[in-house]
Design a protein around this ligand. Sequence first.
Ligand SMILES: [Zn+2]
Length: 472
Amino acid sequence: MQFNKFFKFDIKHKHKQKVITVGYALAVTFAFVLSLTNNSAVEASVSPEENLEYLMIENNVVNNISNPGTIYPEDSIDNIKSLFSMVNSLVKEKDFAKEITVEKGDTLISILSNLGLDRESANDIFYKLKKHYDPRDLKVGQKLFANTVINTQTQQTVRLNNLLIEPAAGERIIVSLDENGEYQVNKEKDELIEEVNAATGSINGTLGGSMKNKGVPTRIINNFIRIFAYSVDFRRDVHKGDKFEVIYENQITPDGKIVKSGNILYAGLILRKDKIALYRFENKNGDVGYYTEKGLAMKRMLDRKPMAFKNARISSPFGKRYHPILKQTKIHWGVDYAAPKGTAIFAGGDGVIQVAKYNGSYGNYIKIRHNSEFSTAYGHMQRFARGIRPGVRVKQGQVIGYVGSTGRSTGPHLHYEVIQNGRRVNPRTIKASAGENLSGRNLQNFKKMVADVKTSYKTMFAQTESPKVAQK
Ligand SMILES: [Zn+2]
């Protein structure tokens, strides 16, 4: 393209002089372009045919773009014609820009080979590239940009001038041919900017849907739900007209593309009977938690029904009951959920496996200690999940075993117990278990952060300034 401009420039300024002068200028121009092409391999020329549109010779009239209709003497026209045929025979290379979309089965080598590169050059690029980028990371649908030089007569690729790969937004891998004809690979990465965003809205339909309507990214929505999953029963506690509030980070490139959504700094739910406002805090050890504005750890709810089978019905509730096998009235210290054999059983909360063994009438039995206050127990399992043994740390929702009918049992079900301070309580009515509260220097830093967040978002989150906790 640069050549084009140069060409036009010359014509424009010489057209009023004698035609032979124009010819001389053109020849100089081509000599210059050819020298560029040979030495630096950066600029390639455009074929002279394309330039005829700028300088058309018709019925003794030489037209050029900036000065149409200029008439030149007839013998000069022949000079121009012969100049063009000379130029045509000299210039044989052409720049060729191509956008490549990675398709299924493509490899870097196959892409380079499709561009017309010989095996040796392709391998050379492959190995040089590998130091910065694993070519196997190419994804179907990803776009590459290549700039090759082709011979206009044979249509063969002469060389690859450069190749651009963007492994992620804001990241570029550039393969380019240097002055010595060697391929160089450079990696460029935009400095990412942390951008803080906020959103608030009424809940209408699902919480996730309502957040999405306000433009909250999916990743943030999922994290928001996870944060509250411990303390809110979404089906029972959240109603139409309740409100959500969220402050979160996005990592963006300098030109504003979201690379990824980051942390939720603040998550608020304003429910009919409750307002829960949680702030993220990372202490010096790198431990991250969500706390109320007073620095109290978020209350964590134990699962009421820790299993994969949503329709599991309660076959026997907690409390007094007539025992079908023993044929007497006894207290049932847990809740029985009838479910098909093999249904996955989850850890009811984060904790450490205390017991995992065959335990008399309980059959295959697991006990998890969640904290100093709460433990949960699971009975009659068909088997334990792989890796589950005493001392292993588990996360809430992690599969620990499968429904069975081992021990004293009349059919496949899960016997689930919640033990609070050593006493078995009804899993259906327990509220929550507390984590560790902030204190000392951590609490001071946390309170400073909360004050900052509140100042920044006072107008936006005006409603949260009047807590509704007292309304009942
Ligand atoms: Zn039971």
